[in-house]
Design a protein around this ligand. Structure first.
Ligand SMILES: [Zn+2]
Length: 344
């Protein structure tokens, strides 16, 4: 007779150090057991949230010997980072933040060298061996696949921000919508956005050109999440590649929320300036840049200047009949009566 396994059984197998994937072939799994198995597989596949092996003691640079660079590129440390790049790529693709082979990610691994994703590969289906090593001029040092064409933008941010350890670029639809409209999202609505993201918009230039990279890098002193007009978003982090990716989730969720708010027919109830000031204090303590650090409370909230194109802020009168304008109705009736009278 086949065995029925519940989530609790799966947890017991894991707790005892067993491999829950090698279950009896005829085992029947309850829905919760299937969820437990999936969570287990995801946790094992998610090195971005697990600890990778630590960085080598000696920091290499683009002038280091080929042998040293190869040893670094093939080290367990870099392998862990390559797996993180794959993991973040899967998350970008899974959330539809990238399309086709769009989007790219980079992690600093030395003074002026970085690991990055390859060109022409979907970010959802990358393998560690697809990753490339580049110097800060964009020259490919190692890796069999060709590096992303947009790497210059990532490298210019890293050059400009010595503390930037990782960068992430993608095309999430709601945020990109704001970028196409040329609008920086309004502020004072959600704490997460105020604390973790500092958003600005860079003008359009051809993707991958040094000029585009420079425009983005110029904004990176005071912003960690930059909308690129008619293109997408790029973020940088002083913590980790996962943190750079988090900026995307935070910005995209925020842009969706703002659009929903704009359609609800009432003006948004925003935070007060003192409330925002409190959040900015937390942001500053986390070492996250923001052009508003140091501003007075009265200079903080900008919502009055933002008019969502789809909002209907006019209150509906209590006795109004939806869809009917009584004056227009009377006029139409009068004309109809006249036509009917003439026809008789
Ligand atoms: Zn792009």
């Amino acid at each position: 007779m086949s065995t029925v396994l519940t989530a609790k059984d799966i947890e017991t197998i894991i707790a005892k150090g067993g491999d829950p994937k090698s279950l009896p072939a005829d085992a029947i799994l309850t829905p919760s057991a299937k969820d437990a198995l999936r969570d287990y597989a995801n946790a094992r596949r998610s090195p971005a949230s697990a600890g990778a092996s630590s960085a080598p003691a000696k920091q290499l640079n683009s002038k280091s010997s080929k042998a040293e660079l190869e040893a670094l590129f093939n080290s367990p440390y870099c392998h862990g980072l390559k797996e993180q790049l794959c993991d973040i790529g899967r998350r970008l693709w899974g959330r539809a933040y990238v399309d086709g082979n769009g989007g790219n990610i980079a992690i600093r691994v030395g003074e002026d060298i970085a690991l990055c994703t390859p060109t022409l590969v979907s970010k959802g289906f990358m393998k560690p061996e697809d990753m490339c090593l580049v110097d800060f001029e964009g020259n490919q040092l190692l890796g069999t696949k060709k590096r992303t064409s947009e790497i210059l933008m990532h490298l210019q941010i890293m050059k400009r921000q010595p503390k930037a350890v990782a960068t992430c670029h993608c095309h999430p639809p709601y945020s990109t919508g704001f970028a196409v409209a040329g609008l920086v999202p309004p502020t004072c609505m959600i704490p997460e956005y105020e604390v973790f993201a500092s958003v600005a918009i860079a003008p359009y230039r051809t993707p991958g050109t040094p000029e585009m990279g420079k425009l983005v890098a110029d904004l990176s002193d005071k912003h960690n999440t930059i909308l690129m007009a008619n293109h997408g978003v790029v973020s940088w982090s002083h913590n980790s590649v996962e943190d750079a990716y988090f900026k995307m989730e935070i910005l995209e969720a925020y842009c969706r929320t703002v659009l929903v708010t704009a359609q609800l027919g009432v003006p948004a109830k925003t935070m007060t300036a003192p409330q925002l000031k409190d959040l900015l204090k937390i942001k500053q303590s986390l070492g996250i840049p923001d052009p508003r650090h140091g501003l007075k409370e009265c200079e903080l909230c900008d919502n009055d200047e933002w008019r969502p194109g789809v909002a209907c802020a006019a209150p509906v009168p209590q006795d109004a009949t939806v869809g009917l304008d009584s004056d227009a109705e009377k006029t139409v009736q009068a004309i109809t009566d006249q036509i009917l009278a003439k026809m008789k």
